[in-house]
Design a protein around this ligand. Sequence first.
Ligand SMILES: *Cc1c(COP(=O)(O)O)cnc(C)c1O
Length: 392
Amino acid sequence: MTKFVYADNAGTTSISKTALDAMMPYLTEYYGNPSSIYSLGRKSRAALDSARETVAAALNAKPEEIFFTGGGTEADNWAIRAALEKMSAKGKHIITSAIEHHAVGHTLSALEKKGYEVTYLPVDEKGQISLQELEKAVRDDTALVTIMMANNEIGTILPIADIAKIAKSRGALFHTDAVQAVGHIPVDVKALDVDMLSLAAHKFRGPKGVGALYVKKGHAIPAFIIGGGQERGRRSGTENVAGIVGMAAALEDAVRNMDENIAKITRMRDRLIAELSKIPYSRLTGDPVNRLPGTASFVFECIEGESLVLSLDAKGICASSGSACSSASLDPSHVLLAIGLKHEVAHGSLRLTVNEANTEEDIDYILEVLPPIISRLRDMSPLWEEKMNVRV
Ligand SMILES: *Cc1c(COP(=O)(O)O)cnc(C)c1O
C-alpha cells in the first residue's frame, strides 16, 4: 500500500473533526434562514452571533468589527476597494509589496488600469520589505497601504505592527492579508493596530469558501455586495451558516492549541529544513528566523518543480511548487523572482507545508522519498550534466 502524506497545508487544509462536528447540525436539522423570525431561523441567527463572538475573541476584536465573507480572496478584494472608495478625497496612491498573493496583487493591477497608482515595495532575499523604503514611499495622496502578514510561498512573516504604524502616521489606511497567519501564529488586531485584516477558514482546518474581514470600529466602510442587507448591510446574501460555524470552531481550536501546535509543527519543519538543505545545490527560501511554523520551502537547481511535484504525487505525497494559484502557468512565481532568484532556479521550487495533522512518520517518509527523486530527475537533466561538467 502506498502511503499518503499531505504536505500542502498552505494550499488548503483538511477540515478538523471539531469544525465538521460543529457544522453538521447546521447542514441538517437547523437549516433555517438567519433572517427568519420563527424559532428555526432564530437558531441559525444565534449560531451566527456566537460564531462572530468567537472569531472576534480569537483576534482580540469586537464582534461588530467582524464581517463574514466567502473566503480570503473576497476579503482582500473588499478591503482594497472599500478603502479606496472611503479615502477617495485623499488620493489614488496605493503601496503594497512585491510578494502579495494574487488576491491582492491582481486586484491592484486591475485598479492601475482604472487610474490608480501603485508602488510595489521590493523585498530582500528573505522576503522582507525595508521600513525606510516604506517611509519614503508614503505620500500625502497615499490612500491605502496593503501588505501581507505572512507569505504563502516562502513563509516569511513581516513586522506588521511596525508597517501599520508608518502607514497610519501619514493618514493612509492599512490593510493586511493575514490569511496565512491567522490560526497559525498569534494575531491581535489591537496590538498590530491595523485598520483591516483578511482571513480564510480553509487555511486553519475550517471549511472552504468562508472567511472574514476585520474592520476597525469607526471605519464605516462601503458595502461590497448589495441586496437583502445581511452583515449590517455591507455584504448581502443569505449567510453560509454552517461554514461560518465551522470557521469559528476551527479558529477557537487553533487558538486554544496554538502553543502546543507551534512546538510540534516547528519540530517537523526544522527536520525538513535541516535534512533537505543537505541536498547539493539546494537552498531554503524565505526568512530563516521570521517564518511560519509549518513552511519548509526550497529551490533545487536543475530541477523542474512540476516534475518534482508529480514524482512526489506518484509516491503519495502532496506538495507544491510555487503557489497553487500560479502553478497552472509556466512563468516562475513572482515571489521567488522578487527575492532575487534567477528564472531557471525559481523553476525548481518546492513548498512543503505541514500542520498539526501531520506526524513525524510523515516527515520520515518525505525524507526517504524526496532525495532519490531529486537525484533521478537530475540524472535526466541536460542542465545538470552541463553543470557537473563545468565543475570538473
Ligand atoms: C489562500 C490565500 C488567499 C486566498 O484565500 P481563499 O480563501 O482561497 O480565497 C489570500 N491570501 C493568502 C496569503 C492566501 O494564502
